[in-house]
Write a protein that binds this ligand. Structure first.
Ligand SMILES: [Zn+2]
Length: 114
């Protein structure tokens, strides 16, 4: 039990907007899709969104308005971020550019037996 850690203890990218107003705005945006990832929803999956993503990144001149946001899970956020910022996107789901599974629980990602 000593190793128990809450997901809330992870450091997130969410310090861009501080204070109650930003928190309420984020929650309102998440509520738009009942807190679910929009891209998973399009695939018929039900996954909790963890990120309110800007469709056009603020760094590329996008506006911080609801119409420029979408709710994404970690996986989809990583995918769209790598596309937006010019890195090669993984060709297949769950596999990185070298064809290695990105899933930490995949057998290939387990420590070698000794
Ligand atoms: Zn998703």
């Amino acid at each position: 039990m000593a190793a128990h850690r809450s997901a809330w203890q992870r450091s997130g990218p969410d310090h861009r907007i501080r204070g109650g107003k930003g928190q309420r705005m984020r929650q309102r945006r998440l509520d738009r899709t009942d807190g679910l990832c929009e891209m998973c929803d399009a695939e018929g999956l039900t996954t909790l969104a963890t990120v309110v993503d800007h469709i056009v990144p603020l760094a590329k001149g996008g506006q911080d308005v609801d119409a420029n946001t979408r709710n994404l899970c970690d996986r989809h956020h990583a995918e769209v971020t790598s596309e937006q910022f010019g890195r090669a996107a993984p060709k297949a789901k769950g596999v990185d550019r070298n064809g290695w599974p990105t899933d930490a629980s995949h057998p290939w990602n387990q420590p070698e037996p000794t």
